[in-house]
Design a protein around this ligand. Structure first.
Ligand SMILES: NC(=O)C1=CN([C@@H]2O[C@H](COP(=O)(O)OP(=O)(O)OC[C@H]3O[C@@H](n4cnc5c(N)ncnc54)[C@H](OP(=O)(O)O)[C@@H]3O)[C@@H](O)[C@H]2O)[C@@H](O)CC1
Ligand SMILES: Nc1ncnc2c1ncn2[C@@H]1O[C@H](COP(=O)(O)OP(=O)(O)O)[C@@H](O)[C@H]1O
Ligand SMILES: [K+]
Length: 481
C-alpha cells in the first residue's frame, strides 16, 4: 500500500476532538483511551524498566496516563502516579483513574527530579491556557520525559510553547499527528514521534477531513517521463534577469534546470552579455519583454530574484496582465510591501519571515493561520519559508515541511527554490502541489549535499532528490511516523 494524503493528514486539536466525538457514536469511547494508554505503556517498555512517575492531568491526557501506569505496574515496573485534580465524574478519564489501585500523590518537583522517567500526561489536546506554577516547576525538573500526545504546553494547532513545555525524549500521539508536532518550536520538544494506531474508525477520515498535511512524497507525485516527452512538454521556464545582482537569476535558472524543466530562458533586456558567460544550456534573450510574451509557450515566469525595484516595475505588471503563471520572490515581494494586492494574479509567492511581515504583517505565533489568511487574501499559493516552511493555498489547504536541514539557510538557496517550483509548475503540476514538491525536493537536495553546502551545490543534488521522491512515494504507509 502506498503513502497517500490520508496518511499524512494532520488533525488540529479541535478536529481531533470532533474525530473523538464522531468515534464515540460508532464505538465505546473508552476503547480509544485504553488503546492510547496501551500505546504509551508499550513505548515506555521499549525504554527499559526504570523508576517511573506518571503525571496525570484532569482530562483525557491524564486518562491515558492512568491506563499506562496501570499496565506498567502490571508488568512489575516501579510506577508512581501524581495527579493534579480528579477527573470529571463519569468521564473516560474517571474510568481510567478507577483502574489504578496504587496511591496517588500530589505534584512535587523533587519527586519528578528523583524519577528516572516521567510520563507527561498532564495536558494534551485540551491545553487551554499557559502551563505555569507547580505544573511548570514539576515538568521542568524531569530528567527524562515520555510525552503523551504532546509535551504539555505545546499548542497542537500552532506548535507554540504556551508558558513552558518540557523537551521530551519520545512523544506518543494517536491516530494522526497534529500541526503543532511539525511546526516550530513544537517540533523541537518532541524527541522521537510515534503515531500510534488506536483503532479510530475509518469513517472518521472521511467525515472529519482536515485540510492540512505533512509535506512528503505521496501528498503529491512527480510526473514520470515517457517516450513522447520533449523539451516543450517537460516545461518551459522563463526567468527575469536583473542587470546588477545576476547571481540570483542564474541560481533560479539552475534550480529550474535541475528540477527537470525542458527549456529555461533568461530574459535580460539589459545586461544579457553578463548571463551569456554562464551555463551553456541556458538560453539568454535580450528582446523586450512584450516580444517575449508573444510566445504562448512561455507560460511560467520567475520574477524577483536579483531584481531592483525599477526592474520589478518593468516586468511584474506586464507578466500578470499577460496571464502568466508567476512565481513572485525576493524583489517582487519587497516591491509590494504593505500592498499585497499588487501581487494578485501571481501563482505562488515565496516570502521568508521578513518578507512576509513586510507584505502582510505578523505572522505572530500562529504562522500556519497567518499563511492561510495571506493565501486567501491574495488568491495565490503562499510559501512562508523557514526551517518549518508552510505552504498555504487560497482554498484553505496547507502543508508543513520538515525535511530541510539548517545548512539550507544560506544566501541564494531561496533563489534556487523559486526555479525548482517554476519547473514543476511548467511540467504541469498545480500551484499547491508544485510548491509542496519543490520545497521537499529543495530540502532533500540539501540533505544530499550535506553540511557546508553552497546554494550552487543544490543544483547537482536535485536529480537524486527527485529519484528519492519517486521511491518514497511508493514506500509503505507504515512509515508515517
Ligand atoms: N483521538 C485521540 O487523539 C484520542 C486522545 N486521547 C487523549 O485525550 C486527550 C484530550 O483530552 P482533553 O480534551 O480532555 O484534554 P486534556 O488536555 O487532557 O485536558 C483538558 C483539561 O485540562 C485543563 N487545562 C488545560 N490547560 C490547562 C492549563 N494550562 N492549566 C490548567 N488547566 C488546564 C482544562 O481546563 P478548562 O480549560 O476546561 O478549565 C481541562 O479540564 C488527548 O491529548 C489524548 O491524550 C485518548 O484518550 C482518546 C483518543
Ligand atoms: N534553519 C533552517 N533550516 C532549514 N531551512 C532553512 C533554514 N533557514 C532557511 N532555510 C531555507 O533556506 C531558504 C532561504 O531562502 P531565502 O531566505 O529566500 O534566501 P535567499 O534570498 O538568499 O535565496 C528557504 O528555502 C528556507 O526555507
Ligand atoms: K502531555
Amino acid at each position: 500500500m502506498s503513502t497517500g494524503p490520508d496518511d499524512l493528514v494532520l488533525y488540529a486539536p479541535e478536529e481531533m476532538a470532533a474525530a473523538d466525538r464522531l468515534a464515540a457514536t460508532l464505538m465505546p469511547s473508552f476503547t480509544l483511551m485504553r488503546n492510547a494508554g496501551r500505546a504509551v505503556a508499550r513505548a515506555a517498555l521499549q525504554l527499559g524498566p526504570q523508576r517511573t512517575l506518571v503525571l496525570c492531568g484532569p482530562g483525557g491526557n491524564g486518562g491515558d496516563g492512568y491506563v499506562a501506569a496501570t499496565l506498567l505496574a502490571q508488568q512489575g515496573w516501579p510506577v508512581e502516579v501524581a495527579a493534579l485534580a480528579e477527573p470529571r465524574p463519569g468521564s473516560d478519564a474517571a474510568q481510567a483513574r478507577a483502574g489504578w489501585h496504587g496511591p496517588i500523590r500530589g505534584f512535587d518537583p523533587e519527586r519528578a527530579a528523583a524519577a528516572d522517567l516521567v510520563i507527561d500526561a498532564v495536558y494534551g489536546a485540551g491545553l487551554s491556557r499557559p502551563v505555569e506554577g507547580l505544573v511548570a516547576e514539576t515538568l521542568s525538573r524531569a530528567r527524562r520525559v515520555l510525552a503523551v500526545d504532546v509535551p504539555s504546553g505545546i499548542d497542537g494547532a500552532t506548535g507554540a510553547v504556551r508558558g513552558m513545555a518540557p523537551v521530551a525524549e519520545l512523544t506518543v500521539t494517536f491516530f494522526r499527528a497534529k500541526p503543532g508536532h511539525w511546526l516550530l518550536p513544537g517540533r523541537e520538544h518532541l524527541g522521537r514521534l510515534v503515531v500510534a494506531d488506536i483503532g479510530m474508525p475509518e469513517q472518521v477520515l472521511r467525515d472529519v477531513a482536515p485540510r492540512c498535511w505533512e509535506n512528503r512524497p505521496g501528498l503529491w507525485h512527480l510526473r514520470v517521463l515517457t517516450v513522447h516527452d520533449h523539451k516543450y512538454s517537460r516545461g518551459v521556464v522563463s526567468i527575469c534577469g536583473g542587470g546588477n545582482m545576476t547571481g540570483a537569476a542564474r541560481l533560479a535558472a539552475g534550480g529550474a534546470r535541475g528540477a527537470g524543466a525542458g527549456l529555461v530562458r533568461l530574459a535580460a533586456e539589459h545586461g544579457a552579455d553578463l548571463y551569456r558567460t554562464g551555463a551553456p544550456g541556458l538560453i539568454v534573450d535580450e528582446a523586450p519583454l512584450e516580444e517575449l510574451l508573444a510566445d504562448e509557450r512561455r507560460k511560467v515566469w520567475v520574477c524577483g530574484p536579483g531584481l531592483a525595484g525599477d526592474e520589478v516595475e518593468a516586468s511584474l505588471p506586464a507578466l500578470l496582465r499577460g496571464g502568466r503563471q508567476v512565481i513572485a520572490d525576493a524583489g517582487a515581494l519587497t516591491g509590494s510591501a504593505g500592498d499585497p494586492g499588487r501581487l494578485r494574479g501571481a501563482a505562488v509567492l515565496t516570502p521568508h519571515a521578513g518578507e512576509f511581515a513586510r507584505l502582510f504583517g505578523g505572522p505572530g505565533d500562529d504562522r500556519l493561520g497567518a499563511a492561510r489568511c495571506a493565501a486567501a487574501e491574495v488568491g495565490a499559493v503562499v510559501l512562508l519559508k523557514g526551517s518549518d516552511s508552510i505552504i498555504a493555498a487560497p482554498d484553505g489547504r496547507a502543508a508543513i515541511n520538515a525535511n530541510a536541514p539548517p545548512w539550507l539557510g544560506t544566501a541564494g538557496a531561496g533563489d534556487v527554490l523559486s526555479g525548482v517550483i517554476a519547473a514543476l509548475l511548467a511540467g504541469g503540476m498545480a500551484p499547491f502541489e508544485a510548491t509542496c514538491a519543490g520545497v521537499w525536493l529543495h530540502g532533500e537536495a540539501a540533505n544530499i549535499a550535506g553540511e557546508g553546502l553552497l546554494a550552487e551545490d543544490l543544483l547537482r543534488c536535485l536529480p537524486l532528490a527527485a529519484r528519492r521522491a519517486r521511491g518514497s512515494a511508493l514506500a509503505s504507509a507504515g512509515a508515517v511516523s
